[in-house]
Design a protein around this ligand. Structure first.
Ligand SMILES: O=C(O)CCC(=O)C(=O)O
Length: 395
């Protein structure tokens, strides 16, 4: 029995322009964004220095623009395994929001997990913009095109808990290059945030209204450009200007932005000038500073996007904070809570080591010497991985 929330649809059916009208109305903006993205650059393969640390040029480029596109981080075979596991999660979703069985009549995935696995929305809708959901951090609603007549009533928007529901998801969480990037940005004692899989089906996927992710530290005397951490997105399919995440370069330095006003000053249009699309190939991984202004449009394009999204923080940003964006708002992030959630990284590294024996595993400093206690096996699945996402460290 699900203790926290039944899967219900988070939005109401949209009635804006048709899908085709929306796509046509986006075309010039998408072209402009693609051109601007080419000018900014900030992409390439991951590179390390002689000491095995992320190359300082990449780090400097990340801190300058607030994002980076790492090309070809995850290999083709691993992407294929991730796609298969994501397909399985999608097939095993409740057949309708709140149902206990999937479309085949089998028990839906995650009905015995403590935290709901799926968020459903109405096709092409914006579930959060202009609402007070998620601390009201999406103040302005995006255009909500009307879906085609044959669109389903509800579509999966997000899936949670990839480290317990997808073996390939657990393994990618322990990817040595990704963890080395996290360490370079947030220090050797970095800690996890959460994970979510964004599902943007062609002609159905909803938007994510313009927002900044962080909610806790905007007025902190210790505020800096990295205090709210960053998110990875590992892309399983090519991403295009029409379906991808858009970011406003440099805005991680700007403090809290009046998004409502920006949209108003743009004539009420969500096509904000200056933003760039994060165009990727399968296996590319992006990093986006959680203080950046970012968002994505309803997917009226013909292309599927699946983005495995997971973030990391500096330990100092988390320790002693309360769980504003967490499942339980009263949670306090003490040493034990951080240790318990960070243990997922240690188990993920071992799951990866077992699967890719020729790869050099990442050494996660907070668990150095504790590797035997956090090897991947049935016992740690129960002790560490099961319902790990009730312990997310969200700020
Ligand atoms: O991928 C998307 O469309 C939205 C991602 C996002 O908003 C986030 O990672 O904070």
């Amino acid at each position: 029995m699900n203790k926290l929330a039944a899967a219900s649809s988070e939005s109401t059916r949209a009635s804006g322009p048709t899908r085709a009208e929306h796509a046509a109305g986006m075309a010039a903006y998408l072209d402009d964004g693609e051109r601007l993205a080419g000018e900014v650059g900030n992409r390439g393969p991951v590179r390390f220095d002689a000491n095995g640390k992320l190359h300082p040029e990449i780090l400097a480029a990340y801190w300058k623009h607030g994002f980076y596109v790492f090309e070809g981080v995850v290999g083709a075979a691993e992407v294929a395994a991730l796609r298969a596991d994501v397909d399985n999660m999608l097939e095993r979703a409740p057949v309708t929001p709140g149902a206990t069985v999937d479309a085949e009549g089998r028990p839906a995935l995650g009905r015995d997990f403590a935290r709901e696995t799926y968020t459903f929305i109405k096709p092409l809708s914006d579930p959060w913009g202009g609402t007070d959901k998620l601390n009201g951090r999406h103040p302005s609603q995006m255009t909500q095109p009307a879906p085609d007549a044959d669109a389903p009533e509800d579509v999966v928007y997000l899936m949670y808990g990839m480290c317990q529901s997808m073996l390939s998801g657990l393994r990618v969480y322990g990817h040595p290059s990704l963890l080395a990037i996290a360490e370079a940005i947030n220090g050797t004692d970095f800690v996890p945030y959460n994970d979510a899989i964004f599902v943007k089906q062609p002609g159905l996927g909803g938007s994510v209204a313009w927002h900044q992710d962080g909610v806790t530290h905007w007025n902190s005397p210790d505020w800096d450009e990295g205090i709210h951490g960053f998110n990875f997105q590992v892309q399983l399919y090519p991403t295009t200007p029409g379906n991808c995440l858009w970011v406003m370069p440099g805005t991680h330095k700007d403090g809290r932005i009046d998004i409502k006003r920006r949209v108003a000053e743009n004539g009420g249009s969500d096509k904000l000038p200056g933003a760039v699309p994060l165009i990727c190939q399968p296996g590319d991984a992006t990093i986006v500073n959680r203080q950046m202004l970012h968002g994505s449009f309803a997917n009226t394009s013909p292309d599927l996007r699946i983005s495995l999204t997971f973030g990391f923080h500096c330990r100092t940003s988390i320790l002693g904070q309360k769980g504003v964006l967490a499942v339980n708002a009263e949670d306090v992030y003490d040493e034990q809570r951080i240790f318990d959630r960070a243990a997922v990284i240690a188990v993920a590294i071992d799951a990866r080591r077992q699967h890719f024996p020729d790869e050099t595993p990442f050494r996660y400093q907070p668990f150095a010497g504790l590797e035997d206690d956090f090897a991947f096996n049935d016992e740690t699945f129960g002790r560490v991985l099961r319902d790990y996402n009730t312990k997310d460290l969200a700020i």
